[in-house]
Design a protein. Structure first.
Lengths: 115, 112
């Protein structure tokens, strides 16, 4: 079975604070892909990053960084110096080759960045 | 490219009515998907298609039908609307298996 857990339902931080959103996944496959999406209040889904299971290198993109650790089945997302525009729901998702087309989404973490 | 477009943006249906949610992509993507997002929840896959003429059920297909007569279009049909189908519906597409999905803006459907 495949599963994505985002244990943090809601997080509130004050602007300029750093915040980490947790994502823990379950899969028996050796080849899989992990994703993060952002859903701002306007409702659209915005792709942030993709990682495949063979690439454990962490990635940084501006204020965003991702920490992929296969040993703990985690793919955590950190926002440094958060801004009000970062307020959104963030979804972690998993797709593995043996489960075909199905992307499994976590329940999402609602991040509120207060001014 | 317009990306993935969906119409309508909002719709209110009465119980038992039917409607079609339209989805079009202009990126020549092979794979297309329909998801529903219930309030405060993640996305659940309704149907997907790996190419024109090929469709298959996802996690929650009951009450819905799809067709894929062209690469660009992937309409979702609700035959007998029920209150349980009140949700936001997202269409998505991607080019290859390893790629991320591109999402449309969503259709907010309310069934009363």
């Amino acid at each position: 079975a495949q599963k994505v857990t985002q244990a943090q339902t809601e997080i509130s931080v004050v602007e300029k604070e750093d915040v980490t959103l947790d994502c823990v996944y379950e899969t028996r496959d050796t080849t899989y892909y992990l994703f993060w999406y952002k859903q701002p209040p306007s409702g659209e889904l915005v792709f942030l990053i993709r990682r495949n299971s063979f690439d454990e290198q962490n990635e940084i993109s501006g204020r965003y960084s991702w920490n992929f650790q296969k040993s703990t089945s985690s793919f955590n997302f950190t926002i440094t110096a958060s801004q009000v525009v970062d307020s959104a729901v963030y979804f972690c998702a998993l797709r593995s080759d043996n489960y075909g087309q199905n992307f499994v989404f976590g329940p999402g973490t609602r991040l509120s960045v207060l001014p | 490219n317009a990306g993935v477009t969906q119409t309508p943006k909002f719709r209110i249906l009465k119980i038992g009515q039917s409607m079609t949610l339209q989805c079009t992509q202009d990126m020549n993507h092979n794979y297309m998907y329909w998801y529903r997002q219930d309030p405060g929840m993640g996305l659940k896959l309704i149907y997907y298609s790996v190419g024109a003429g090929i469709t298959d059920k996802g996690e929650v297909p009951n009450g819905y039908n799809v067709s894929r007569s062209t690469t660009e279009d992937f309409p979702l049909r609700l035959e007998l609307a029920a209150p349980s189908q009140t949700s936001v519906y997202f269409c998505a597409s991607r080019k290859n298996l390893a790629d991320e999905q591109f999402f449309g803006p969503g259709t907010r459907l309310t069934v009363l």
